[in-house]
Design a protein around this ligand. Structure first.
Ligand SMILES: C[S@@+](CC[C@H](N)C(=O)[O-])C[C@H]1O[C@@H](n2cnc3c(N)ncnc32)[C@H](O)[C@@H]1O
Length: 237
């Protein structure tokens, strides 16, 4: 078991080499109220006052104490859906480029990086505060095979051997579909995506939609009201 106890560090400094870019076509202050995570902003720069905290990510193979902050997803505890994903997904490919789509403060990307130390893991988000905290978490954990950034700082030629995501369902169906179409198209041949979606937030209709789009999608696990979907690339023929 990898066990890394982290000291909380206050502040939100950017790290050298941190990918930063021009604004994306994302609403700058969309307030979303979620039943299970409280308020959060899918904002590039959340307006909520900073209040640093920590959460423990405890998995059979990994224990990380992660820094969190207000203005990002699930700052008080590791989201249940995220835990369901990390406890049920098969091991990631041992090498290549791997993606955490909507990485937040990094629990999924850091788990991938720990489980596949020879791979390069990319964590993408729209929330700069979350990206800064995620980078800090990677440094504190001593995981140097993970890169966090905004989407447009990732080489468009990269193809991912695996994509893991607790996707941002609450951005709305149209935006979610566009997001998934963009990134699933970047699965490498033979690659696989694993998505965790709450049943009552539309996991089954999302699975149908993925299949309709030509991305074979099957239910890999169902636990605690969450489904883990395994999604394959479109057949190129
Ligand atoms: C359900 S949260 C999961 C966060 C983190 N992976 C976790 O498990 O705690 C979804 C994340 O997607 C991010 N997000 C929203 N719109 C996005 C977009 N267009 N591109 C990338 N990430 C996005 C949100 O900011 C949020 O951090």
């Amino acid at each position: 078991m990898r066990h890394i106890a982290m000291m909380r560090r206050a502040g939100g400094e950017c790290h050298p080499g941190s990918p930063r870019a021009a604004p994306e076509a994302t609403p700058s202050r969309t307030l979303v109220r979620s039943a299970d995570v409280g308020e959060h902003y899918f904002a590039r720069q959340p307006q909520t006052d900073s209040r640093p905290g920590t959460v423990d990510l405890v998995l059979p193979d990994l224990h990380l104490r992660l820094a969190t902050d207000r203005g990002m997803f699930s700052p008080d505890r590791v989201d249940l859906g995220t835990r369901v994903l990390l406890e049920t997904v098969p091991p990631p490919p041992p090498d290549g480029d791997l993606l955490d789509l909507g990485c937040g403060y990094g629990p999924i990307a850091l788990t991938m990086a720990s489980r596949s130390p020879q791979a390069i893991v990319w964590g993408v988000d729209v929330n700069e505060r979350a990206l800064t905290v995620a980078e800090r978490n990677a440094q504190t954990a001593g995981l140097d095979n993970v890169r966090f950034g905004l989407a447009d700082r990732i080489d468009p030629a990269l193809r991912f051997a695996a994509i893991w995501s607790n996707p941002p369902i609450r951005i709305g169906k149209q935006a979610l579909h566009a997001l998934l179409q963009t990134w699933l198209a970047r699965l490498a041949p033979g690659g696989r995506a694993h998505l965790v979606v709450q049943k009552n937030l539309g996991s089954d209709s999302l699975q149908r939609w993925l299949n309709d789009q030509g991305h074979p999608a099957e239910r890999l696990a169902s636990r605690a009201g969450y489904r883990v979907l395994a999604v394959d690339p479109k057949d190129p023929s």
